[in-house]
Design a binder for this molecule. Structure first.
Ligand SMILES: CC(=O)N[C@H]1[C@@H](OP(=O)(O)OP(=O)(O)OC[C@H]2O[C@@H](n3ccc(=O)[nH]c3=O)[C@H](O)[C@@H]2O)O[C@H](CO)[C@@H](O)[C@@H]1O
Length: 352
């Protein structure tokens, strides 16, 4: 019997790609192809595991009428290309983690009556999820409350899957002294320049308190290399975030859904600074869910002064009991079988 054929449409950021890779790992008996766009993170992460097809789709958020027209043209062209791909490769099902790559994938699948399943990891569903979620057989959610904003969709809460390595201890191969308090700083898969600047301003006080800082700056940090200190490790991107969070006493982070789920898995207390320009301010809502569970402290980037962040981190570093309580609250938010649950939904959608 021919293997089931799956097209995974996931593109752009780690927050979209890693959960999709985690689900694909669970479907290794299937024939999987990947749909992305040229020049984004998928071109680095995916080809080692799956054949990558690209289409020229872009976001529709531009206010300029000309650019909007161009984006609409590219959406039409991409939908046609995905339609041909689904038909020629006789794809049985589409799985997507949302974002603009999901649009041509869902529309083309719908036209060919191929089932599509969408995973929305954020507390506030993205635009494509709101528009095209009703066309999908199931919309799986990272945050249960997001269902309220998707009344026309068949929703199910699965949390967000994490990569396999988050489920077992990973050694941290970085120059971090064994017993030193460790602060992990991460600004999502692309880094966060504003957070990077604040962290470098705060770091001397954290070093004085004995802490080591591992700072994942992103590839495009204009201040990269400007801070040198024996207790400071700077990397543009690190593959072993699992090992870093497992060892860290505290994380200072943006509030992307992927990172938050990983912090829950590794029971890492966090200070979150949501990205203020995220679509519909979704990072603020993601962060609020973690804060209201008691797993994180949230600081808004607007008017955030160095002293405020510096003190918040020093207070938490000095309060082992509070960190332990936050770690327990973070752990309560983790769903260990999320990838398996999603893979089971994908299998069930084909069998229907
Ligand atoms: C700026 C922005 O709008 N970001 C969005 C983007 O995710 P974005 O990729 O920015 O952020 P996430 O926190 O969701 O995911 C980051 C991922 O990259 C990994 N990582 C990061 C740094 C590094 O050096 N190595 C590494 O592996 C993290 O472990 C994590 O798995 O999509 C997410 C899912 O829709 C949203 O919640 C985020 O708000």
């Amino acid at each position: 019997m021919a293997p089931t054929r799956l097209l995974v449409a996931a593109s752009g950021t780690g927050g979209h790609l890693f959960p999709a890779l985690a689900v694909a790992e669970q479907l290794s008996d299937w024939e999987i192809e990947w749909l992305g766009v040229p020049n984004r993170l998928e071109t680095k992460l995916v080809p080692a595991c799956y054949p990558l097809r690209t289409v020229p789709v872009e976001g529709l958020q531009s206010r300029s009428p000309l650019r909007l027209l161009r984006a609409l043209g590219l959406l039409g062209l991409s939908t046609l290309q995905v339609w041909r791909l689904l038909r020629d490769r006789r794809v049985d099902i589409v799985f997507t983690t949302g974002g603009y790559i999901a649009a041509p994938a869902i529309v083309a699948a719908r036209q060919l009556r191929i089932p599509a399943l969408l995973h929305e990891s954020n507390a506030i569903p993205g635009r494509v999820t709101r528009w095209l979620g009703p066309q999908c057989q199931t919309v799986a959610l990272g945050f249960a409350d997001a269902a309220k904003r998707l009344p026309r969709c068949q929703t199910v809460w699965t949390s967000t899957p994490v990569r396999e390595r988050f489920r077992s201890p990973q050694p941290l191969a970085l120059p971090v002294p064994e017993n030193a308090p460790l602060i992990a700083v991460v600004g999502g898969s692309q880094g966060a320049v504003a957070v990077n600047r604040l962290v470098r301003a705060c770091a001397p006080a954290w070093f004085a308190a004995g802490a080591t800082v591992v700072h994942l700056t992103g590839e495009r940090d204009p201040d990269a290399g400007t801070m040198k200190h024996p207790q400071y490790v700077e990397l543009p991107f690190y593959d072993n975030v699992a090992g870093l969070f497992q060892r860290a006493d505290l994380a200072v982070s943006r509030a992307g859904a992927g990172t938050l789920t990983e912090l829950a898995f590794t029971r890492t207390p966090s200070v979150l600074i949501p990205f203020p320009f995220a679509a519909d301010d979704h990072q603020a809502y993601n962060a609020a869910a973690f804060a209201s569970a008691g797993a994180a402290v949230v600081l808004s980037q607007a008017n955030l002064e160095r002293d405020h962040l510096q003190t918040a981190v020093l207070e938490l570093l000095g309060d082992r009991e509070r960190r332990a309580a936050m770690a327990a609250r973070a752990a309560s938010l983790a769903v260990p079988e999320s990838a398996e649950q999603l893979a089971a939904l994908v299998r069930a959608a084909v069998e229907r």
